[in-house]
Design a protein around this ligand. Sequence first.
Ligand SMILES: Nc1nc2c(ncn2[C@@H]2O[C@H](COP(=O)(O)OP(=O)(O)OP(=O)(O)O)[C@@H](O)[C@H]2O)c(=O)[nH]1
Ligand SMILES: [Zn+2]
Length: 345
Amino acid sequence: MDFHLLNELGMRPFFQQQLSLDELENCTLGRVVAHHKSEVAVLDGTESARFNLPQNFEQVCVGDWVLISGERLVRTLERQSLFQRKAAGTAQERQLIAANVDSVFIVSSLNEDFSLNRIERYLVLAKEAGVEPVVVLTKKDTHDDPESEKDRVQQLDPLLEVHCINALAQDEVLVLKEHCRKGRTVAFLGSSGVGKSTLVNSLVGEQTMQTAAIRETDGKGRHTTTHRALKRIPGGGLLMDTPGMRELQLSDVKEGIQLTFAEIEAIAANCRFGDCQHEKEPGCAVLKAVDNDEISPRRLDNYKKLRREEAHNSATLAQRRAKDRAFTKMVNSVQEQSRNAKKFK
Ligand SMILES: Nc1nc2c(ncn2[C@@H]2O[C@H](COP(=O)(O)OP(=O)(O)OP(=O)(O)O)[C@@H](O)[C@H]2O)c(=O)[nH]1
Ligand SMILES: [Zn+2]
């Protein structure tokens, strides 16, 4: 195995340590750059090859490291980070979207759409996935006081990396280069029109991006091209570009919420009631912190809203139906009671 080439694809001790001596000697490693129904395209340095997914093979996604023996996929290595989505309404089925991303750029433009709530929502997704978030505020050139907005974002978390740039200016985009260096994998989150493609183009250059396609051979040695969800940035790392990133939902993200709103969760430990909803319960430490200006009302509202959405989306279809049935039953019984009450009047 050529570890120098693999390192450029993101190989590091965390993955290497998972290999047995036997595997080190007899297998090769590759990174999944595209995933079709029953096939994956795997890059092992300069060229990529397609492999059939054996039946009963564990779920694989773009960004995964896989172990290969000859023409056969052996196993997937444990992931360092994972973006995933639970298929709507089912308990176990999950859809893996992107594995082993190192940094995710949360892009938000400094115009009317600018919203701390939305940034917090993306922070939840990043933290849940175990990926380092970097907030990038674009369209700095169109705003009178961009630094004040940057300060507001910084207040969400003093340790958060926040940049404020004009995405069209190549020299300003350089602040993100460190994240895109060789061996690093980056991804983008953000609404439509905020400047994600502009950033990518400024980072890698439109021309180079198009020519950066790596040759791929199929089993018969023919060269083919497929849509790659993991692309190499010329002279740098890898760019995760899968449509699934746009469809991430707030389901099964309890931990992401806890990490994003850590200070609220810590204060909530002092509420009188263990199940305090921080609405108007007596002895609520969170509401007291809002009164004392320690937590902004906006942030508390968004925390509650994201928690409700999380709970709703995480409920399985069966659970939702059961809830609906319980509700109907309750309504019927109330109606019956009221009818009976009238009867005996
Ligand atoms: N003035 C200015 N314009 C920008 C900046 N960033 C992006 N734009 C412009 O905003 C528009 C939308 O940018 P895109 O890069 O296409 O946005 P996107 O996030 O990729 O949008 P989708 O592809 O829909 O997800 C384009 O016309 C860009 O030229 C910036 O920092 N300053
Ligand atoms: Zn409370």
